[in-house]
Design a protein around this ligand. Structure first.
Ligand code: ATP
Length: 278
């Protein structure tokens, strides 16, 4: 089984505030300096969250139960790498909605790990000239610097997003850095999952062929790599669907936490812009 590879004697200093920001933890948790406190399983769940919906929450809760995650960090990307050609709602709104949706769960924590630079280091007074895409590999490395050696990081991802994993920045390095928990869906086979892997990790076609009829459940164990497939996340909703419904003034309650629905209503997010008058 793949284990997180923490480098020994890593020299990295950060302020307590940075530490809390990076890990989403308070002072009462481990300080990463070997205080003898119990090791933790931590989930990292990145996305656009434009807006956060019940599918996201269901995935986080199912993963937390199955892998005994102490925390799931919800990390909205300031600049989602795969959505650079489409408009994304301002980070502050997406973060606010994540904060509202996670308010009642102790485990789910909103994270500023991929926030705009000026929010991550507000005291520096500097503004980033232009925002670079938030690559998950950078986020994982930054987060791991603040964890204890024994802590274990799980990256949570839906199977739709995982199918593009080979296109991700430093995909092979990312797969080696943490365990992946892939939320499967009916209709996807183990072969689909294996074939999504980047070259070099992807098994040969003749090896994956027998898995074509096997549902994407259980663990997929390959040389140097284990993917944990998470079943039972059955929320048929996407943020695209929510934005479309909001633009049409339809009720959003069935997909969203009521506080998020109310936030969208109050702020007029996703409302269609009025046609310009001549
Ligand atoms: P959009 O429709 O705008 O592309 P989305 O609903 O897919 O958005 P993202 O923020 O892009 O949401 O996704 C973040 C993560 O959540 C991805 O790993 C994605 O696969 C997963 N995810 C999205 N919707 C669901 C769902 N209904 N059930 C389980 N996982 C989901």
């Amino acid at each position: 089984m793949l284990r997180c590879g923490f480098r020994k004697n890593q020299s990295y200093t950060r302020t307590q505030a940075e530490q809390r920001l990076a890990t989403g933890r308070g002072n009462h948790e481990t300080d990463g300096a070997g205080t003898g406190k119990k090791a933790m399983n931590i989930g990292l769940f990145g996305g656009s969250f434009d807006p956060i919906h019940r599918g996201h929450m269901a995935l986080a809760q199912a993963a937390a139960e199955r892998f005994e995650l102490k925390q799931v960090l919800f990390v909205p990307a300031n600049v989602p790498p795969h959505k650079q050609k489409q408009p994304v709602t301002a980070f502050v709104h997406r973060y606010a909605m994540v904060a509202l949706a996670t308010q009642d769960t102790k485990i789910c924590v909103p994270s500023l790990l991929e926030a705009p630079a000026e929010l991550r280091a507000p005291t520096s007074g500097q503004r980033a000239a232009s925002a670079a895409p938030n690559y998950t590999i950078d986020t994982v490395r930054a987060l791991k610097r603040g964890l204890k050696k024994a802590d274990k990081l799980f990256l949570l991802i839906g199977i739709d997003a995982f199918r593009d994993i080979a296109k991700w920045h430093e995909a092979k390095a990312l797969l080696a850095e943490c365990e992946f928990v892939v939320a499967s869906r009916p209709g996807f086979s183990l072969r689909d999952v294996a074939e999504a892997l980047p070259e070099g990790l992807r098994p040969r076609a003749e090896v994956t062929k027998p898995f074509q009829k096997q549902a994407a459940i259980g663990d997929l164990v390959l040389p140097g790599l284990t993917l944990r497939l998470l079943e039972g996340v059955q929320q048929s909703v996407s943020a695209t669907e929510v934005r479309t419904a909001a633009a049409q003034g339809k009720p959003l309650g069935k997909w969203l936490d009521p506080r998020v629905a109310e936030y969208i209503r109050k702020t007029g997010l996703y409302r269609r812009k009025a046609e310009p008058t001549a």
